[in-house]
Write a protein that binds this ligand. Structure first.
Ligand SMILES: Cc1cc2nc3c(=O)[nH]c(=O)nc-3n(C[C@H](O)[C@H](O)[C@H](O)COP(=O)(O)OP(=O)(O)OC[C@H]3O[C@@H](n4cnc5c(N)ncnc54)[C@H](O)[C@@H]3O)c2cc1C
Length: 469
C-alpha cells in the first residue's frame, strides 16, 4: 500500500471512530503495537479506539473490504506476542469499551464490555458481595477480552477453573464485521454447537470479543495462606497429595525455587523472606475453610505435612498484611525477572503425576545449558503448569541471549511429546511459540484448526501470523 493509500485509510478510520481516536504518533504506536514480550518488530499503521460494538463492526467491515489486517489489543500484558502489530496492521484497542453493565446477584453473573480490566470486574463483584474467580498478577492492566482471547489460567484455576469456565455468554465481531451475539446468561443450553468456545483461547485470530457475561460465585469464606519451605520437588507433590487426601478446599497451590525467591528479594520493593533459613523450593498454599469445618484447617493440615517429613518450615499469614506479603513473593516474580535481565519465558504443562520425572530430565538440561543463562522455575504447580524462565544478564547481547536460550528451550520442548505435555499451559501461542505448536498438537489437529480459521477469516485479516503462518 502506498503512502497515499495510507492517508485514505486513516481518514476513513477517523470518520468511523472520531479523529482523536485514531493514533498515528510513531512513539505511541511502538507501545500500542506491542505486548509484554517486547522482542518482536513493532510497526502498526495506526491504533484505533472504537467506543461501541457498532464502531468495531464498522472498522472491521472497512478493513475486510480493503484487505487491511487487524490486531485486536487488550491490556497488552500477553506473554506470547499475540497483540503485536509488526506489518502495518491496524491495532484495534478495546480500551474505551470498559463498562461494567450489570451484576445479577440472583443468577450470579456479571456483564461487561471487553475492555474492562480483570481487576475492575473483581471489584464490581466484591462491591455486590460476590466473587469473580479469575485472578492473575497482571489483573490491574489485563482486559476481560484479552483474558478470554488467551483463555487465561491464573492463580485460582485449581479451584475455580480458568477463563473458559467463567464465560457464560459472548458477543463477538467477526472479521467481515458481522456481529455474532452469543451473550446468553443461561447455565444450561444444549442447542447445537457451543460456538462461544471457539473464540475462547483463539488469540484474536477469529474475531474481536466486544462483550461478555461471566460467572460469579459467593465469596470464599475464611481463606488462609501459608508459605512452605521444601527440600525437594518430590516433596511438593507429596504435599499436594496430602492436601487432596485430607479433603481440603485448595484455592491456590503455587511454587517457586529459591533462585526465583532471591530475584524477588532483590528487585521487589519491600519484599522480605519469611524464613530464617532459605530452602531450595517454596509453596504458596491457600485453602478455604469450608462450611461445617472447624477453624484452623491450615494448622491441622500443616501438622500432618510436617509429620510426613515433607516440609522443612512453614509460615501462616496471621493478618491481611501478612496475607498480601506472602502472596507478593509469588506475584512479584514476573516483574522482578524483567528487572533482573533479559528473559525468555516458557509456560509448559504436564500431567501432574509426571512432573517429577520431567523435572529430573529438566535438571539434566539445566546442567548442560550455557553458564551465563540462569534457569528460574515457578508456576501454578497444582495445575501441572510450570513456568520455565531463561534469564541472562542485561550486559549480555540481547540477540545472542535469545539464540542461546532458544537452543535450550528446543531441547526442553522436545521432551514434552512423550509426556503428552503442552508448550503453552495458559499464555497461548502468538508469534512466540508457533514453531513449537508441533510439539503439542498433531498434524491432524493443526489441519483442523487451519480449516476453522479459513472458514471464519478466509482473507486472513484477523491477527495474521499468530498461532500459524
Ligand atoms: C505480571 C504478569 C503476570 C501474568 N500472570 C498470568 C497468569 O497467572 N495466568 C495467565 O494465564 N496469564 C498471565 N499473564 C499473561 C497475560 O496477563 C494474560 O495472557 C492476559 O489474559 C492477557 O490479557 P490482555 O488484555 O493483556 O491481552 P493482550 O496482551 O492485549 O492480548 C492477548 C491476546 O488476546 C488478543 N485480544 C486481546 N483483546 C481481545 C479482544 N477483545 N478480542 C479478541 N482478541 C483479543 C490479542 O490479539 C492477543 O492475541 C501474566 C502477564 C504478566 C505481565
Amino acid at each position: 500500500m502506498s503512502k497515499h493509500d495510507y492517508s485514505d485509510v486513516l481518514s476513513a478510520l477517523r470518520k468511523l471512530v472520531g479523529d482523536q481516536h485514531v493514533v498515528t504518533d510513531p512513539s505511541e504506536l511502538q507501545v500500542l503495537g506491542c505486548d509484554w514480550t517486547k522482542i518482536f518488530t513493532v510497526d502498526p499503521l495506526a491504533a484505533v479506539f472504537p467506543a461501541t460494538t457498532g464502531e468495531v463492526s464498522a472498522v472491521l467491515k472497512f478493513c475486510h473490504k480493503n484487505h487491511i489486517c487487524v490486531v485486536p489489543s487488550g491490556g497488552r500484558t500477553g506473554l506470547a506476542g499475540g497483540a503485536v502489530a509488526g506489518n502495518k496492521e491496524i491495532v484495534l484497542s478495546l480500551k474505551r469499551m470498559a463498562k461494567i453493565e450489570a451484576v445479577d446477584c440472583v443468577g450470579l453473573t456479571i456483564q461487561c464490555e471487553a475492555g474492562a480490566t480483570t481487576q475492575a470486574v473483581q471489584e464490581a463483584a466484591l462491591a455486590a458481595g460476590l466473587f469473580f474467580a479469575l485472578d492473575l498478577a497482571a489483573k490491574g492492566s489485563s482486559h476481560i477480552g484479552g483474558n478470554i482471547a488467551t483463555n487465561a489460567g491464573g492463580l485460582k484455576l485449581i479451584r475455580y477453573g480458568g477463563m473458559r469456565e467463567q464465560v457464560m455468554g459472548l458477543e463477538v465481531v467477526l472479521p467481515d464485521g458481522t456481529i455474532l451475539d452469543m451473550n446468553y446468561r443461561l447455565r444450561k443450553n444444549n442447542t447445537g454447537y457451543d460456538l462461544k468456545q471457539l473464540f475462547i483461547g483463539s488469540e484474536g485470530t477469529l474475531g474481536v470479543v466486544t462483550r461478555a457475561t461471566l460467572r460469579l460465585m459467593p465469596k470464599p469464606r475464611n481463606v488462609q495462606v501459608a508459605c512452605l519451605g521444601v527440600n525437594s520437588f518430590t516433596d511438593i507433590l507429596g504435599i499436594l497429595t496430602r492436601c487432596n487426601q485430607e479433603g481440603v478446599a485448595i484455592t491456590a497451590f503455587e511454587f517457586f525455587t529459591d533462585i526465583a525467591h532471591g530475584i524477588v528479594l532483590k528487585h521487589a520493593q519491600g519484599a522480605r523472606t519469611p524464613f530464617q533459613e532459605r530452602m531450595p523450593f517454596y509453596v504458596i498454599l491457600e485453602v478455604e475453610e469450608g462450611p461445617g469445618q472447624a477453624s484452623g484447617v491450615m494448622e491441622s493440615l500443616l501438622e500432618k505435612i510436617f509429620a510426613e517429613g515433607i516440609c522443612v518450615d512453614a509460615v501462616i499469614a496471621q493478618n491481611s498484611t501478612q496475607f498480601k506479603e506472602l502472596w507478593s513473593l509469588r506475584e512479584n516474580i514476573t516483574e522482578s525477572l524483567s528487572a533482573h535481565g533479559h528473559v525468555r519465558k516458557n509456560d509448559i504443562s504436564l500431567p501432574i503425576d509426571q512432573l517429577d520425572s520431567f523435572i529430573a530430565e529438566l535438571e539434566a538440561e539445566i546442567v548442560r545449558s550455557p553458564k551465563d543463562i540462569e534457569i528460574v522455575l515457578f508456576g501454578h504447580i497444582g495445575d501441572g503448569n510450570l513456568h520455565i524462565n531463561y534469564v541472562g544478564p542485561n550486559s549480555s547481547d540481547k540477540k545472542d541471549f535469545q539464540l542461546k536460550s532458544r537452543q535450550v528451550e528446543e531441547r526442553i520442548f522436545a521432551l514434552l511429546p512423550k509426556y503428552k505435555g503442552s508448550v503453552s499451559a495458559e499464555h497461548g501461542i502468538g508469534l512466540l511459540k508457533k514453531k513449537d505448536l508441533k510439539f503439542s498438537r498433531s498434524e491432524v489437529e493443526i489441519k483442523f484448526m487451519r480449516a476453522l480459521k479459513n472458514m471464519v477469516d478466509p482473507d486472513g485479516i484477523m491477527n495474521p501470523g499468530k498461532i500459524f503462518e
